[in-house]
Ligand binder design. Structure first.
Ligand code: CTP
Length: 400
């Protein structure tokens, strides 16, 4: 429909980027990016108008987003960089999509499919994207790709591990040059964090960490060594605990990157952790979550390690304030023989409930007060540690 509409408006339209790559690789991808030779905002507005869909337009960049039945379609105007053509003769138009694609990161992302009626489904491959998908190669389109955008170094690693591709030899060399020239330092903190978050969200992120180490990229995150064989063991521990959890409760965790982040930086000191948050330019919300989460995780690990007698009640009180992501990290950082603490927490302790409530205390003749909370907490501890087992016990202890 967008294609037919573009015909009416005499513009060429293409689906580009990740969607096409994933289509050829038979991977799922629901994010559609459309590039228009002409003016994408006109196509997006007309399309949304006809569909009765929501559209938001960025006139300055000539881009737009249409939300249709909850799906997102991004529209962009072909960027030519050097010259700006009005929608004109076809040969000029095709050079415009070519320029747009040439400005992209890797050949596998430089594919496009035309969607105009006349040429519907025509695959556009100016830079050998199909061959690189076949050869399983991540390859830049030109030597200045990482100068244009150094964060592509991290993208190269992410795509390589996601698809099990190799980074091409020339592209490898360019990555090494970018590191030697310190181009990476130019990446804004927010972006540096984003890239790490994306990498830590990949299933094969451990392979990505190996590559980050190989290219000496960890130094942009921390002056102190964070990646070594001990850390790898912790991360493997984490994955074991997390797989146990997903299997046990048939539940995945959308933000498992947080656990991995926490384990990765677990050997930093308090001050270094705070500096990390500053380096990433974290908002208050992110600081409260990730930075505090990391600090709390470290604290809980320390307490469990230092406690002589780790009772269920103690474990419950330490783990209960943490969200699951951080509980997994605690497990990963404890020695493996203590895994059972985390498992017992999830399967037993967190479900332990008292059989009596504040109401029962009232019935016993006590006046409601803040002390109720304290008494009930104490009772729960006794129950967790096995001192009380039934309602009668609970009432008797409450009286005491
Ligand atoms: N792109 C780029 N350089 C960047 C970021 C993005 O050239 N630093 C281009 C890529 O060609 C990419 C497109 O913009 O295909 C869209 O970017 P993004 O949505 O980040 O990538 P996807 O390829 O869709 O990857 P993902 O599957 O992770 O969403």
């Amino acid at each position: 429909e967008v294609g037919m509409l573009s015909d009416e408006l005499r513009m060429n339209a293409y689906i580009v980027g990740g969607f096409v790559r994933d289509l050829l690789m038979r991977n799922k991808n629901f994010d559609v990016d459309i590039v228009v030779e002409g003016d994408a905002t006109v196509v997006a507005r007309t399309y949304a108008g006809r569909k009765g869909a929501k559209v938001s337009v960025h006139d300055k960049f000539k881009t737009a987003v249409v939300i249709l039945n909850g799906d997102r379609i991004d529209f962009a105007t072909a960027r030519t960089e050097y010259y700006d053509f009005p929608a004109a003769a076809p040969e000029v138009e095709s050079s415009s999509i070519k320029n747009d694609l040439y400005r992209r990161d890797f050949s596998i992302n430089s594919l496009a499919v035309q969607i105009n009626n006349k040429d519907f489904g025509k695959l556009i491959d100016f830079f050998g994207g199909q061959k690189d998908i076949k050869d399983k190669k991540i390859r830049v389109l030109h030597n200045l790709s990482f100068v244009d955008d150094p964060s592509r170094v991290f993208r190269a690693i992410r795509f390589a591990v996601r698809f099990g591709f190799e980074i091409g030899p020339h592209t490898k060399k360019l990555i090494k040059h970018s590191v030697n020239l310190n181009l990476i330092e130019r990446i804004a903190g927010v972006r540096l964090f984003q890239e790490l978050k994306y990498i830590l969200s990949e299933d094969n992120y451990i392979d990505a960490l190996k590559l980050l180490d190989e290219y000496d990229l960890f130094k942009y995150y921390s002056a102190k060594e964070v990646y070594n064989s001990g850390k790898l063991e912790n991360l493997e521990n984490l994955e074991k605990i997390y797989s146990w959890y997903t299997f046990q409760f048939s539940e995945v965790c959308d933000e498992i990157y947080k656990s991995r982040f926490c384990v990765l930086f677990s050997n930093l000191t308090f001050k270094e952790v705070v500096n990390l948050g500053e380096r990433f330019n974290f908002s208050g919300k992110m600081r409260d979550d990730l930075i505090k989460g990391l600090l709390k995780t470290k604290n809980v690990v320390l307490k469990i390690t230092k406690t002589k007698e780790v009772t269920p009640a103690k474990v419950y009180r330490l783990l209960n304030p943490l969200s699951n992501e951080y509980i997994f990290s605690v497990g990963a950082l404890l020695s493996q023989k203590d895994d059972y603490l985390i498992k017992d927490y999830f399967t037993k302790y967190r479900n332990t409930k008292l059989l009596i409530s504040g109401n029962d205390l009232k019935k016993l003749g006590y006046k409601p007060s803040k002390l109720f909370g304290v008494v009930l907490e104490k009772l729960l501890d006794l129950k967790l540690d096995g001192y009380i087992t039934n309602k009668e016990d609970e009432l008797n202890w409450a009286k005491k």
